[in-house]
Design a protein around this ligand. Structure first.
Ligand code: SAH
Length: 227
């Protein structure tokens, strides 16, 4: 916890602790189990990842607008996806993770406390600028963000032990399968925009791709091209 320790000294991540504790107690009651996911989310100042006007709602368990028609995901879903990415306490934890859809940077920040290196791609330039600046301010130096189209993945940094997609495509782009290490996993909400999607974990094994559906979710659409 050295990174958040430093931030606490700067006075960041300290003021809303009581409200974060209440949120995390609720997530735990709803079935979030992984002790480290709970610990990291209990310490992460989510209010810094939303507009100031929304900061008082940052510890409600809901998605919130972050501008440009996009949202920061609901904390329960962030917890679920993070658990799916890092695996159980007895499993080998992925070291290098690629995220498609940086948005506010919150999911990337949570992952950065749990794995060695996070790469994240955002197609909307102002969101890319804002999340890059915030993660730098929080000294989360093991996150690198690219302004680009996640359809192409980030081939220079491949292979990835895990890939998390935080916008909903109808199908997983081929490039992401190609850039996934064998034994790795993709977690992705699959389905049409504007309807519910199926949060799916797809494992890449020597026998091929093995999908497993987790739960129904609602994400903003995965769009091709940069903005
Ligand atoms: N993980 C984010 C969730 C943001 S919402 C968070 O914690 O806040 C999803 C984001 O995915 C949006 O910012 C959207 O612009 C981005 N996105 C959608 N399609 C994309 C693509 N093809 N490549 C990169 N980013 C994409």
């Amino acid at each position: 916890m050295s990174k958040l320790g430093r931030n606490d000294l700067l006075g960041i991540g300290f003021t809303s602790q009581r409200r974060r504790d209440q949120l995390l107690d609720r997530l735990q009651a709803e079935g979030v189990r992984h002790p480290e996911v709970l610990r990291v989310m209990r310490n992460m100042p989510r209010h810094l990842f939303v507009d100031e006007a929304m900061a008082n709602r940052a510890y409600e368990d809901c998605a919130l607008p972050i501008g440009f028609g996009q949202t920061i995901s609901q904390p329960f879903i962030v917890a679920r996806m993070t658990e799916a990415i890092i695996g159980g306490v007895n499993e080998v934890r992925p070291k290098k993770v690629l995220e498609i859809g940086t948005g506010s940077g919150y999911q990337a920040a949570i992952l950065s406390m749990l794995v060695e290196q996070v790469y994240s791609i955002e197609r909307i330039e102002p969101l890319y600028q804002r999340s890059s600046a915030l993660l730098k301010k929080l000294q989360l130096d093991n996150v690198e963000i690219l302004h680009g189209d996640g359809t192409l993945g980030w081939p220079d940094k491949a292979p990835y032990d895990a890939i998390i997609v935080t916008a909903a495509p109808e199908d997983v782009p081929d490039a992401l399968y190609e850039q996934l290490a064998e034994g790795g996993r993709i977690i992705v909400p699959l389905g049409k925009a504007g309807s519910v999607q199926r949060l799916t974990i797809i494992r890449k094994t020597e026998d091929g791709l093995e999908p497993q559906e987790l739960e129904l979710v609602s994400f903003v659409p995965f769009l091709s091209g940069r903005n």
